[in-house]
Design a protein around this ligand. Sequence first.
Ligand code: HEC
Length: 339
Amino acid sequence: MPLQNLILRPLACSMLLLIFSTSVTLAEEKRKLDPEKDKIYEHVIKPILSSNCTTCHGSSKAKGKIRLHNPEEIKKSESVVAGDIDESVMIERIMLPEDDEEVMPPEGKKRLSEEQKKMLSWWIAEGANFDKKISEANVPDDIGAIIAAMDYAPPREIKKAFNLPEPPQPANDAAVTAIGKAGILVMQLAQDTKYLSANVINVAKSFNDAQVKLLVPVKDHLTWLDLSRSGISDQAAADLGQLSKLTKLHLENTVISDKTLQEIGKLENLEYLNLYATKVTDVGLENLKNLKKLKKLYVWQTGVTQAGVDKLKGAIPGLYVNTGWQVPKKEDKPEEPKN
Ligand code: HEC
């Protein structure tokens, strides 16, 4: 196996971990609820729905044609009848026996705890209000005990991953389906966002320029894209240049060259660009000087020189460029990754 694969594989893995640890699973500070300040919906109910329901009933999916990720959608869903738990389909569904076909969350998914079921029922019985503080409701002893034992963790700060406004509409379903059918893994970037990430890890070898066209219809939603090790070439440049919401782009180990960088230079939201082991040179790098948000650039094993790097750094203050020139020493070659 070529040396470069030995090094890049583990690198790619640790990079993935890094990405996920900084944006999706940000360490959450748990705290106790404060009934005088905290709200029933915001601090008790929303967290239950977010961690158990909104992957299927949220901004990117509407299973059963309902979404439950914000007050408007909950009202629209008609699954909650204020003050009447017997008429509320939400309660009916969560109370079903575990082996019932209609139980929510569906079979195979994590069950709601008894406490969570009680809190949802209490909230609805109390009028399914979206603004009241806990102390403003009627809090029976058993509910009070549950609240006292509950932790509240602030929602994940997704916006820190990329400073883009949330798209008003979810991505077009048919377009997302077409991408998935081509074997490209396309996912919601995180809970509570309509942004998407896509990678071609499963089909890298067969992935080609023509398939990049499939991504253009979701250009307003696609913000992370990994085309590393794929069969793309400069022929895909014009399509890539349209993906204006990209904040992260992996092109390492492809045959792209300076011609593609002319188009990449238009992706003004780009914060991370990986060009390891591609054919780019200092000439292509010139095109990146207007990417003022760019924070990390990887150009190891390319035609880029230190002079080219310095010039770009002069144009983009704070830019980190990994040239990797110090890394590949034969004697400290990393071990082959274990499967
Ligand atoms: C793994 C995906 C998934 C999760 C998680 C999930 N649901 Fe569902 N839900 C579905 C599907 C699929 C349907 C449509 C089929 C059906 O009605 O059983 C549905 C239907 C429903 C309906 C009926 C909608 C209607 O009007 O017909 C309600 C209410 C509901 N879910 C509530 C919830 C709640 C509350 C949670 C969290 C506690 C939840 N679901 C979690 C997949 C999910």
